[in-house]
Design a protein around this ligand. Structure first.
Ligand SMILES: C[S@@+](CC[C@H](N)C(=O)[O-])C[C@H]1O[C@@H](n2cnc3c(N)ncnc32)[C@H](O)[C@@H]1O
Length: 280
């Protein structure tokens, strides 16, 4: 395990954005209301309560064109998806927050015996998965589910899943609800099953931009211009969350890559976190 200040690929860490107090809501205009007017429930920010419709609008607008297929999952975590020798015990995967399927379709192509449960709380996303040319009900069970509110065990057999993938999904959930999501996953995961997570890390250039635009909801949690939300993880925060839910931490690392934006002649730092947890 590396500490939260150890970034891979040799770049210099920048100060983590981690304010103790929420900033005042900015009075930016979204639709016909100001964001200050949107907040009428002190316990949850407007955009947290509206997250389903914001993600629905996102997929209506971008269809399946926004994210690229994520072929790095096979490279990074191949052994967790590998087929077993017999068909009866073929591996079962659950991808939570599957979006348009950019994680699951490369995986079913690479691992012919893998069976995938995939869920998302956006009905638009579920429709996109079902309309993909490689969708087949024999190998993919895709369903609508809000992992923070609905019981996954109503659709997926308890203790039946070998691997859960959370690919840039948990960051879209309010930190107040992350523990509920992780506890929900635990019910359907087999003992010794694994959770594989890849998500945004503290100090990512997108976080710095949101911070500069005063779009903070709470510590390391922001809303974007389209109303979708994004949390930026430190290793300490993420490991504490899963340990609190009763998981063991197998591996956690933060990665950093400098990217050149030639159009604006600037260099930005993309940061992401990769972690593996196991159910005892
Ligand atoms: C950044 S996208 C990632 C999509 C996909 N995992 C991939 O690899 O491309 C995040 C997804 O999480 C979904 N999501 C956010 N909160 C959710 C929740 N509480 N339950 C289920 N899905 C959720 C969103 O609808 C969105 O499709």
């Amino acid at each position: 395990m590396s500490s939260s200040s150890n970034f891979m690929m040799g770049s210099i860490p920048i100060a983590a954005v981690d304010r103790r107090n929420c900033c005042q809501l900015p009075t930016i205009r979204v639709g016909s209301l100001t964001s200050a007017e949107y907040v009428n429930d002190n316990s949850e920010h407007y955009f947290c309560r509206k997250s389903v419709s914001c993600w629905d609008k996102f997929y209506k607008r971008h269809q399946n064109k926004f994210f690229k297929d994520r072929h790095y999952l096979e490279k990074d975590w191949g052994k967790y998806f590998s087929d077993t020798d017999d068909d009866v015990n073929a591996k079962v995967l659950l991808e939570v927050g599957c979006g348009a399927g950019n994680s699951i379709f490369p995986l079913i192509a690479a691992y012919p015996k893998l069976f995938v449960h995939a869920c998302d709380f956006s009905s638009q996303a579920v429709t996109l998965v079902k309309s993909h040319s490689n969708f087949t009900e024999d190998r993919i069970n895709v369903f609508l589910c809000d992992a923070a509110n609905d019981d996954l065990a109503e659709t997926v057999l308890p203790s039946s899943v070998d691997v859960v993938t959370l690919i840039f999904m948990l960051s879209a959930v309010s930190p107040n609800k992350m523990l509920l999501v992780v506890q929900n996953l635990k019910k359907v995961l087999k003992p010794n099953g694994h959770i594989l997570l890849r998500d945004y890390a503290v100090g990512d250039s997108a976080q710095v931009n949101l911070e500069n635009k005063n779009q903070m909801i709470s510590d390391n949690f922001y809303f974007r211009g389209d109303g979708t939300c994004s949390f930026y993880f430190s290793e300490d925060f993420l490991s504490s969350l899963f340990v609190r839910a009763g998981f063991n931490m197998v591996d956690i690392n933060t990665y950093c890559r400098q990217m050149e934006n030639r159009l604006h002649n600037i260099t930005v730092q993309r940061r992401w976190i990769r972690a593996i947890f196991s159910k005892p």
